[in-house]
Write a protein that binds this ligand. Structure first.
Ligand code: BES
Ligand code: MN
Ligand code: ZN
Length: 458
């Protein structure tokens, strides 16, 4: 496992101090001057003692200290134990999580020298185990996304779900292959049936504490397209290159679920993952096919590359059968989402004002930002089809591809309780210290923060 929560250790006054210095606030020192250290955001200066050992570090905060910037710091400091001087309370907790996130390294296929042998002694009063769990959840998510499709197929996703279920006494039900038809998951079956038999499509359902009906029921739904070729509407090479990450929604849902179970939040939990490979074969679903869905609506396939919304339709319907109080779905659903907001801001969709504000506020609080986008009813007409109830390729006039995809999901979302959809990118395209290029967890920390509050308010 690439998760290294052991980089966080208990408070220790003997750890070397990291002094946070605002722009222009660096004490006059020839050493600092020689290194042009001014306290500019992200600047780092190692200050040696008389023997030449690193004694302390100065870290530039610019205008104000951003706990998330610690993510870059962890990867740049020399080995040893460090503490952040003068950082307390929530900022200390967030810094600790950021430190942990900054040490993630995907080394499944080759040994990669880990610079971040530095450990952080957390501030007094910080819940060390809670920080470690959050770091480990994000690492699980990133590792699943980073793992190539050949080694992260439907079975591997099922296995990870099974491990989570077994560790926490949850129930796991997997419906696979032809059994999907019998169990009424027709869209999941249609999208996934072209895959090789050992990579058969499946619906993975985890249930935890479902009999404790005094607790609020949370449903987490994830898009688990283990590889998205586009299907018969094949993606061009550049568009297909990164599509191992198309199971990012499933990775997010499962990592968040593990976090909720480990933290033992006072909720009931249902996790629903549709794990399929959008492959090409003689038996692939075709443009022009009309698919049945679990809900009963028919969908004309205008484009086999709009597969995510098809499989999510069935599992969202299934989620609704549990009458959840809150449903969150995660999906690498559209390229349009990143055109609208870029790779760092996942679009958040919900019609509930309080849920929107709650999730956005949680994202701000834990530095895991989301950005609200509209479920604009005027674009619903773009989903109308001539020979079926819906089409999966919105009419071109509506243009807003992430919005119309969310409107499609809305037709299948649970109507009991609240529902929000996150159109995540699940990928960091720009390598920086602490932010390696590759899989990224987006919204897990925000959602966890909000669900914790939701549970205690219930
Ligand atoms: N998995 C893709 C969306 C995607 C592409 C996410 C690139 C992140 C980066 C999804 O299945 C897809 O192909 N969507 C199409 C839908 C269109 C055919 C209506 C898209 O967004 O182009
Ligand atoms: Mn696609
Ligand atoms: Zn896809």
């Amino acid at each position: 496992m690439t998760a290294r929560p052991d980089v966080l250790i208990a408070a220790d006054a003997s750890a070397r101090p990291i002094r946070l210095l605002a722009a222009g606030a660096a004490p006059a020192s020839p050493w600092a001057e020689a290194h042009d250290f001014t306290g500019k955001t992200g600047q780092l200066l190692i200050v040696p003692d008389a023997q030449g050992h690193p004694a302390e570090a100065w870290f530039g905060t610019g205008e104000a200290f951003d706990p998330l910037s610690v993510r870059g710091l962890a990867a740049r400091l020399p080995a040893g134990d460090w503490r952040l001087e003068g950082v307390e309370g929530e900022a200390a907790e967030m810094s600790a999580v950021a430190w942990g996130l900054g040490t993630y390294l995907f080394d499944r296929y080759k040994a990669r020298p880990q610079r971040g042998r530095a450990r952080l002694a957390v501030a007094e009063g910080v819940d060390l185990e809670a920080c470690r769990r959050i770091v480990a959840a994000c690492a699980l998510c990133r590792e699943m996304v980073d793992t190539p499709a050949a080694d992260m197929g439907p079975l591997q996703i099922e296995t990870i779900a099974r491990e989570i279920a077994e560790a926490h006494d949850a129930d796991l039900t997997v419906t696979e292959g032809e059994a999907l038809l019998e169990a009424n998951y027709p869209a999941v079956h249609a999208v996934g049936r072209a895959a090789a038999p050992h990579r058969a499509p499946r619906v993975i359902e985890l249930g935890w504490k479902l009999d404790q009906t005094d607790r609020p029921l949370i449903a987490l739904v994830g898009k688990g397209v283990v590889f998205d070729t586009g299907g018969l509407d094949l993606k061009p090479a550049a568009g297909m290159r990164n599509m191992k990450k198309d199971m990012g929604g499933a990775a997010h849902a499962l990592a968040l679920a593990r976090l909720i179970l480990q933290a033992d939040l006072p909720v009931r939990l249902v996790v629903l993952v549709a794990a399929v490979e959008n492959a090409v074969s003689a038996d692939a679903f075709r443009p022009g096919d009309v698919l049945a869905t679990r809900q009963g609506l028919t969908v004309e396939v205008g484009n086999t590359d709009a597969e995510g919304r098809l499989i999510l339709a069935d599992v969202l319907t299934r989620a609704g059968e549990h009458a959840p109080d809150l449903t969150l779905d995660f999906a690498t659903l559209t390229g349009a989402a990143r055109i609208a907001l870029g790779p760092e801001l996942p679009p958040l969709y919900t019609d509930d004002e309080a849920l929107a504000e709650g999730l956005l506020a949680a994202g701000r609080a834990v530095r895991d930002p989301l950005w609200r986008m509209p479920l604009h009813a005027g674009y619903r007409a773009a989903l109308e089809a001539e020979i079926a109830d819906l089409r999966n390729d919105p009419a071109a006039w509506a243009q807003a591809g992430s919005v119309t995809a969310a409107l499609f999901l809305q037709r299948f979302a649970p109507t009991t309780g609240l529902w929000a959809h996150l159109d995540i990118f699940a990928w960091n395209p720009r390598a920086r210290p602490g932010w390696p290029e590759g899989g990224e967890a987006q919204g897990i920390r925000a959602a966890f923060h909000h669900i914790s509050a939701f549970a205690s308010a219930h």
